[in-house]
Write a protein of this length. Structure first.
Length: 163
C-alpha cells in the first residue's frame, strides 16, 4: 500500500500530522509536506501533488478556514480544476479546520471557543511551535464527537488507507 500524502499549511503541521497519524493507526503510512501558509495552499499544493503523483495516489489537503464559510469547497474545487488539466490519476480531499487547527486542541478539552488560537495563547501560553506536541495528547474518541473537521480528516485517512 502506498502512503497517503498530506499537505498542511505550515512547518509545525508536518510533525503534528505525522505524530497524529501514528496515534490514529500505526498501519497508516503518511508523507506530510508543508505548503508554507494558507495563502500558499492554492499555489504550492498543485505543484506538490503534480510532483508526487507518480508515487502517490491519495492526497489530503488540510488548512485553516480562518472563518471563511466556503473555504473547504472553494479549495477543493480550485485544486480539482487545476489538477484536472494534467489528467492525474489521484484522489484528493480538502479538509478545512474551522477556524484553525487549534480548534482540535480546544475540542479535545471539550470546549467550544470561537477563537481557539487566541484562547490557547491567552489561557495556556500556547505558541504555534507547540502544535506538534499536542498530537500525542489528543483523544481520538473525543475529537470524533466534538470536531466536524477532525472527523472528516479521520474518515479521509481511513478511506484512503482501506482501514
Amino acid at each position: 500500500m502506498k502512503p497517503i500524502y498530506i499537505i498542511c499549511e505550515d512547518q509545525y503541521g508536518k510533525l503534528f500530522f505525522q505524530n497524529l497519524c501514528k496515534k490514529i493507526s500505526n498501519c497508516i503510512k503518511v508523507k506530510v509536506k508543508s505548503a508554507r501558509g494558507r495563502g500558499r495552499i492554492l499555489y504550492h499544493a498543485p505543484r506538490i501533488i503534480k510532483a508526487a503523483a507518480e508515487n502517490y495516489r491519495k492526497f489530503i489537503v488540510v488548512f485553516d478556514s480562518d472563518g471563511e464559510n466556503n473555504a473547504e469547497q472553494e479549495i477543493q474545487q480550485k485544486l480539482t480544476r487545476e489538477l484536472s488539466k494534467d489528467n492525474l490519476q489521484i484522489e484528493l480531499i480538502a479538509v478545512a479546520c474551522n477556524p484553525c487547527i487549534e480548534e482540535w486542541i480546544v475540542a479535545n478539552m471539550c470546549l467550544n471557543e470561537a477563537k481557539p488560537l487566541e484562547f490557547l495563547k491567552r489561557n495556556h501560553g500556547y505558541e504555534k511551535s507547540h502544535l506538534p506536541g499536542f498530537a500525542d495528547r489528543l483523544d481520538i474518541g473525543t475529537l470524533l464527537s466534538k470536531s466536524q473537521s477532525f472527523r472528516k480528516f479521520y474518515d479521509a485517512l481511513h478511506r484512503f488507507s482501506g482501514n
